[in-house]
Design a protein around this ligand. Structure first.
Ligand code: DGL
Length: 274
């Protein structure tokens, strides 16, 4: 157990979006070293089938295991919704996703019992957010809305562009009409649109960022298992590592706009080998 303390945490996503989760982990548990994998060759996951997402995710956790990780965070909402339940029992280390932490905080936050969830098509169709919210708060009404255009807009860097505002208005209008008081940003990219979402939803709607809750849950999980890095062992200073399945340069450029430090190297992995 003692050695495990200094092992890294594996974090993966379909691409760059999971960096919002990695960033939150770095902020809340700064002693931990992260091995990040972005499946940039096979993104997007949000429109793919459950079988495909499970196959991709299984390959990635096998890859991360070769890096000696002590826990894995499925930073992708789609993979958390479609693959986590299958993968968890196959693993001998803790594996957590972003959906349950986000859903629980939404269920606890709502006052009027009306919660909106915006996410990819696959996440919405899985209805996992609804299931977890209702387990905690059986009276809650959950309104899901897939927002497939948000990811490309974020990757284009158009976070506050009039085009993005127009698209967001169209997506959010039906949610506004339901009178929700809580909105879950159930896709890795959406917290980057917080300003635009806030502008449209108004100050009274609470925006839930599952990345924040996931980092909190991870911290507690590491402490409870006695595998949290106390930062005391020399030579184990954190040096986060980044791996992708394609387009390493593009990934690095995006990473450098999200993370509070420069990412100089990103390594390519042939993920189909795992
Ligand atoms: N990372 C995905 C998610 O959080 C969004 C991008 C994709 O569709 O792969 O659901």
């Amino acid at each position: 157990m003692e050695d495990m303390r200094y092992a890294p945490i594996g974090v993966f996503d379909s691409g760059v979006g999971g960096l919002t989760v990695a960033r939150e982990i770095m902020r809340q548990i700064p002693n931990e070293k992260i091995i990040y994998f972005g499946d940039t060759a096979r993104v997007p996951y949000g429109s793919k089938s459950k079988e495909t997402i499970i196959r991709f995710s299984r390959q990635i956790v096998h890859f991360l295991k070769t890096k000696g990780v002590k826990a894995i965070v499925v930073a992708c909402n789609t993979a958390s919704a479609l693959a986590l339940e299958t993968l968890q029992p196959e693993m001998d280390i803790p594996v957590i996703g972003v959906v349950t932490p986000g859903a629980l905080v939404a269920a606890k936050t709502t006052v009027n019992g009306k919660i909106g969830v915006i996410a990819t098509e696959s996440t919405i169709e899985s209805r996992l957010y609804t299931r977890v919210i209702r387990e905690y708060n059986p009276q809650a009404q959950v309104f899901g809305k897939a927002c497939p255009l948000f990811c490309p807009l974020v990757e284009e860097g158009w976070l506050k562009d009039p085009v993005t505002v127009e698209v967001a208005n169209r997506y959010l209008e039906p949610l506004l009409a339901t009178g929700i008081d809580t909105l879950v940003m159930g896709c890795t990219h959406y917290p980057l649109l917080r300003g635009t979402l806030r502008q449209i939803m108004g100050e009274k709607v609470t925006l839930v960022n599952p990345a924040y809750e996931t980092a909190r849950e991870l911290k507690i999980l590491l402490e409870e298992n006695g595998i949290d890095n106390d930062g005391l062992r020399p030579g184990t200073e954190k040096m986060h590592q980044f791996y992708v399945s394609d387009a390493a340069n593009k990934f690095r450029q995006f990473a450098n706009t999200i993370l509070p430090f420069g990412v100089d190297t990103t390594q390519l992995v042939h993920i189909e080998d795992y």
